[in-house]
Design a protein around this ligand. Structure first.
Ligand code: SF4
Ligand code: SF4
Ligand code: FES
Length: 253
C-alpha cells in the first residue's frame, strides 16, 4: 500500500508543503518513514528535493527531541506508528512545533525550555560537602512514586505547544517548568531551595501566566499530572508571597 507524507518544510519566513509517496511496511513509524525519504528525496510529483531535516536522539520516547505535529497533534515521531493513521486517511501531515523558533523543516529550537529549567533551579544542590547523616534523608515509597512520575518529563515541549498561554507575546515559561518546581521542592534535599524556586514561580514568567485551560495535561505523553502540579505550585507560591510580605524566614519543608 502506498501512503503520502505531507510535510511542512522550510526555514523561518519561507515555509511550504511537500508531499512524498511511500510504501507502507508493517511496524513503520514516522521516523523510519522520514529515513526512507532521506535515502532518495524525490517528491510525489517527481521533483528532486533536499532531504527533510528533523531532530532525534533516543528513538524510544525518552529524550523528546523528535517531537513534532503529526496530523496537527503534538507528539514524538519515534513512537508514532504509521498504521493507525492510515485507518483514517492515506495522507499523514507532519509539521514543526509553532511555539519554538524554527530552525529548518521539522527541527525547532527548544532552548527556552532548558533555560526555564535553569531559572527554576531544577536540580538538587548537594555539592558533596553537606553532612546528610549516615544514609542521607529518607524518602517514603509513596513520595518516591509521586516524584518518579514527575521525573519522567523529557522536556519535549508538547505541553507548551498545546498551551494557549505560551506564545511570543507572553513570558510564561510553560507548565513543565512549574511541574519541575514541584518535583524538586518535594525532594527532601531539594526542599532547601524551595523558597527560591517559588519566588521564580511568583515572577513574570511564572504561574500567573497559566490560564487553567488544561490542554497541557491532555497532551503530555508521560501522563504527568500537570493540572495538579500547576494548582499546587499556585497554592505554594501564594503562601511564599505571604511569608515574604511578613518577612518570615524561608520555609524548608
Ligand atoms: S493549564 Fe492551560 S494555560 Fe495552564 S499551562 Fe496548562 S495548557 Fe497552559
Ligand atoms: S510535562 Fe509532559 S508534555 Fe511537557 S515537556 Fe514534560 S513530558 Fe513533555
Ligand atoms: S527520538 Fe527521543 S523521544 Fe523520539
Amino acid at each position: 500500500m502506498i501512503f503520502t507524507l505531507r510535510i511542512y518544510r522550510g526555514t523561518p519566513g519561507h515555509q511550504y508543503w511537500e508531499e512524498f509517496a511511500l510504501q507502507y511496511e508493517p511496524g513503520l513509524n514516522v521516523i523510519s518513514a522520514l529515513m526512507e525519504i532521506q535515502k532518495n528525496p524525490i517528491t510525489k510529483q517527481g521533483k528532486k528535493t533536499t532531504p527533510v531535516v528533523w531532530e532525534q536522539g533516543c528513538l524510544e520516547e525518552v529524550c523528546g527531541s523528535c517531537s513534532m505535529l503529526v496530523n496537527g497533534h503534538p507528539r514524538q515521531a519515534c513512537t508514532a506508528l504509521i498504521e493507525p493513521y492510515l485507518q483514517h486517511s492515506s495522507t499523514i501531515t507532519l509539521a514543526p512545533f509553532t511555539k519554538f523558533p524554527l530552525i529548518r523543516d521539522l527541527y525547532v529550537d527548544r532552548k527556552q525550555m532548558f533555560e526555564a529549567l535553569k531559572k527554576v533551579r531544577a536540580w538538587i544542590a548537594v555539592d558533596g560537602t553537606w553532612d546528610t547523616g549516615q544514609f542521607g534523608p529518607k524518602v517514603s515509597p509513596e513520595v518516591q512514586e509521586a516524584l518518579y512520575v514527575l521525573s519522567t518529563c523529557m522536556t519535549c515541549g508538547c505541553c507548551s505547544e498545546s498551551c494557549p498561554q505560551v506564545s511570543a507575546d507572553s513570558s510564561f515559561m510553560g507548565p513543565s517548568a512549574m511541574s519541575q518546581i514541584r518535583l524538586f521542592n518535594d525532594h527532601p534535599t531539594g526542599k532547601l531551595q524551595k523558597s527560591e524556586r517559588l519566588r521564580v514561580a511568583l515572577g513574570d514568567e511564572g504561574i500567573a501566566g497559566c490560564g487553567n485551560a488544561q490542554n497541557c495535561a491532555r497532551v503530555c505523553p508521560k501522563n504527568i499530572p500537570l493540572t495538579e502540579s500547576l494548582a499546587l505550585i499556585n497554592k505554594e507560591a501564594s503562601k511564599q508571597a505571604v511569608r515574604d510580605l511578613l518577612g518570615l524566614p524561608d520555609a524548608k519543608n
